[in-house]
Design a binder for this molecule. Structure first.
Ligand code: 2P0
Length: 329
């Protein structure tokens, strides 16, 4: 029996990943830049054993169906082939999220699976190699190998597409990300399907790609200068451009709900009233608000008149992936 355990934290992109150049290898169309957060994480234990004849996948103590298990098995096949191992595995994963409102993340899940499976088989991977492996499970997972800010360098091959840490002299610790959890029932379009439809059909997709390098440069400069306003402006602009591409897809779609728009309008209103904060959104209706930590209490106070307490979740910068020993798990 060979066991490994890992804990990985989710990340939110400030400059978004949206679209794949290679769907099989998960090579993206553009670089992206993220902040790893402390509030949501996944702990995963992988045990390879001679005693079982198929892979078994438990999520939050529930044995998963064949479809969910197949995704895990396909990922484990990559690890097994690297380690020249043919054993099946039991995978036990637990998501730690502050509410049950759809904030589970494939980024933390696949990063933790990559960390645990590679530790179990004693693959000694560098952070870049682990990032490459996690990327094969889910693109955004490659950024969750690092704490704080990370950039996924798109590269053009399996070997060259991975994330690296962005030096920031602790700037990430000056920041808070406040989640506004919107509960509207939405027709689900997974990020995987949504980005693919956009690449293939959106009249705005080329426009999206054209401004990526200047947005990335602005974000990295803002991090280097600890310039919150510049980072907030480019974060909000990147999210709006990404979501703009979905409106011009065929068929068109949006992840925004009326409640998302209410939250985004409030952010603009707060800013006009002298509270600097900026929003971002991913492939769902929840709105995430970037604010300086010194203004976190003022933002929470302003939000409490508009949303109930269960809808608000506060996160700060989180650590890199942790490979756990028996005692820690
Ligand atoms: C991001 N998203 O950069 C973007 C912004 C959603 C919107 O990465 O197909 O689960 O597994 O590579 O990583 C979510 O997509 O997609 C995502 P796959 P993933 O965070």
């Amino acid at each position: 029996m060979f066991s490994g355990k890992a804990r990985a934290y989710t990340n939110i992109a400030l400059i978004k990943y949206w679209g794949k150049e290679n769907q099989d290898l998960i090579i993206p169309m553009n670089n992206s830049l993220s902040l790893t957060l402390d509030a949501f994480y996944t702990e995963t234990c992988v045990t390879f054993s001679e005693d079982i004849t198929e892979d078994l996948f438990y999520l939050d103590h529930q044995l998963q169906d064949s479809k969910a298990t197949l995704k895990v098995s396909r990922f484990l096949d990559l690890v097994r082939s690297k380690a020249d191992c043919s054993l099946h595995a039991v995978v036990k994963s637990q998501n730690f999220v502050p509410t049950a409102a759809g904030l589970a993340s494939s980024a933390s899940g696949l990063a933790a699976l990559a960390g645990a499976a590679s530790a179990a088989l004693n693959l000694t991977l560098s952070p870049e190699e682990l990032s490459r492996l996690a990327r094969r499970g889910s693109g955004s997972a490659c950024r969750s190998i690092y704490g704080g800010f990370a950039e996924w360098q798109k590269g053009d091959s399996d070997e060259t597409s991975y994330a690296t840490s962005i030096p920031s002299d602790g700037f990430e610790n000056d920041l808070s990300m406040v989640f506004v959890v919107v509960n509207d029932a939405q027709k689900d379009i997974s990020s995987r399907d949504g980005m693919q439809r956009t690449v293939e059909t959106s009249a705005f997709y080329n426009g999206w790609l054209q401004t990526i390098s200047q947005d990335l440069a602005k974000a990295k400069k803002a991090i280097a200068n600890k310039d919150f306003t510049a980072l907030g402006e480019v974060t909000e602009a990147s999210a709006l451009k990404m979501h703009g591409t979905t409106l011009a897809a065929t068929p068109p779609f949006t992840y925004w709900s009326a409640e998302s728009m209410k939250a985004m309008n409030l952010v603009r209103h707060f800013r006009e009233s002298g509270l600097p904060c900026y929003f971002t959104m991913d492939a769902g209706p929840n709105v995430k608000i970037l604010v300086e930590r010194k203004n976190e209490a003022a933002l929470l106070n302003a939000l409490k008149d508009q949303f109930n307490a269960q809808q608000i979740v506060v996160a700060h910068a989180g650590p890199k992936i942790e490979i756990l020993t028996e005692e820690e798990a």
